[in-house]
Design a protein around this ligand. Structure first.
Ligand SMILES: NC(=O)c1ccc[n+]([C@@H]2O[C@H](COP(=O)([O-])OP(=O)(O)OC[C@H]3O[C@@H](n4cnc5c(N)ncnc54)[C@H](OP(=O)(O)O)[C@@H]3O)[C@@H](O)[C@H]2O)c1
Length: 341
């Protein structure tokens, strides 16, 4: 057992429940005593923390698939870290692991809640990005629920982001025609030129979104991978093709709203096109993640998939990172580099 050299750790706690967009004052950065790993626990020094849109939901009390963060408690979050001390035979100091370490510099975590990172598959940060939760969301959401066939038109929103960029590239591997919606010209150029999307719509700049969708998806949309909701999601529903599949993954355009978003009813389009609409949760396929991660790693190695990370430095910057993510300021998967390896 190696004694940790420092006796204080850092964490970011939820200070207040935000109304609307979160503010910096809704978080508090503080120094705390170094956690002591108990029986069967492991002390992990966090290297990369993943920031994800679902964290906005955890800041609220509204019912969701996970309980809210308590006021005064550290924000939760997936992270990659290095084992510093271990009270479990499965892990030794120096091991690189992934788990829900939260917004912390160090965390004492039960060994059963940690997974060893296979460093041969890619940079260690990939364990919380393309080879982790967002990657698995794209993989299973698209292939299991969207079920695109060669020649299908697949539309994905938030197309340059962690999930969206992978949905588009996996659909391309399968021979679909891929169209994305994004919020800036730089994101549009990235999807078209670097990811090989067939067409991209900048929803902020295209004027009439319906006209843009008619042009980009002349035969209608066979698979819509919904990441944003709001007016973009509404427009997509008006362009569904017969027997379309709508994969409801998220609706980030609505997470900061103080009142429920009320758009037009989609039911008519679902009926007329005999479409199916299916909500997904990435952990529903947890038992199948290892195979999918191996397949994604192979696509990365063969160059069929590329991935962009948007890394910010220091745990103290995490609140600003999440606030920015919810406003579309990120370009790629948002990670906080908490410490050097
Ligand atoms: N169901 C699941 O299991 C699961 C798992 C992971 C993620 N998700 C969901 O998947 C979606 C994408 O997550 P991610 O981690 O990949 O994030 P991301 O796409 O990397 O980043 C979020 C992007 O959303 C777009 N956005 C933000 N505010 C918007 C608004 N008001 N209107 C339209 N677009 C907006 C922005 O891109 P633009 O600048 O292009 O608008 C922003 O860059 C989220 O809805 C998330 O909740 C669901």
């Amino acid at each position: 057992v190696v004694k940790s050299e420092i006796d204080t750790a850092e964490e970011v706690v939820l200070a207040a429940r935000p109304s609307g967009a979160p503010k910096e004052r809704d978080f508090e950065f503080r120094k705390v005593a170094m956690p002591e790993p108990g029986h069967g626990q492991v002390l992990v020094r966090v290297l990369y923390l993943s920031l994800d849109p679902y964290m906005r939901g955890r800041m609220s009390e509204a019912k969701s698939y996970a309980p809210p963060v308590k006021i005064g408690s550290a924000m939760g979050g997936g992270a990659v870290g290095e084992v510093v001390r271990s009270n479990h035979k499965r892990f030794s100091p120096g091991d690189i692991v992934i788990g829900d370490m939260g917004w912390r510099s160090h965390a004492a975590v039960p060994a059963a809640a940690l997974r060893r990172v296979d460093e041969s598959q890619g940079p260690i940060s990939y364990a919380v990005s393309v080879l982790g939760m967002p990657g698995m969301t794209a993989y299973f959401g698209l292939l299991e629920v969207g079920q695109p066939k060669a020649g299908d038109t697949v539309l994905v929103s938030a197309a340059s982001g962690a999930v969206g960029s992978l949905v588009g590239q996996i659909a391309k591997i399968g021979g679909s025609r891929v169209v994305g919606t994004v919020g800036t010209p730089e994101k549009a150029a990235y999807c078209r030129d670097e990811l090989g999307f067939d067409d991209v719509i900048d929803y902020r700049d295209c004027g009439d979104l319906d006209a843009a969708l008619s042009k980009a998806c002349p035969g209608g949309i066979d698979v819509y991978f919904e990441n944003v909701g709001g007016p973009t999601g509404d427009a997509a529903m008006r362009h569904l093709a017969l027997r379309a599949r709508v994969v409801v993954c998220g609706f980030i355009a609505e997470y900061n709203l103080t009142e429920s978003y009320v758009g037009p009813s989609h039911l008519r389009h679902i009926l007329v096109n005999r479409a199916s609409v299916h909500g997904i949760l990435v952990t529903d396929w947890l038992d199948r993640w290892p195979g999918a991660i191996a397949r994604m790693a192979a696509w990365l190695k063969s160059g069929h998939i590329s991935f962009k990370e948007d890394t910010i430095n220091g745990l103290e910057a995490a609140p600003a990172g999440l606030i920015g993510l919810l406003e579309g300021k990120n370009f790629g998967k948002v990670l906080v580099k908490v410490a050097e390896r």
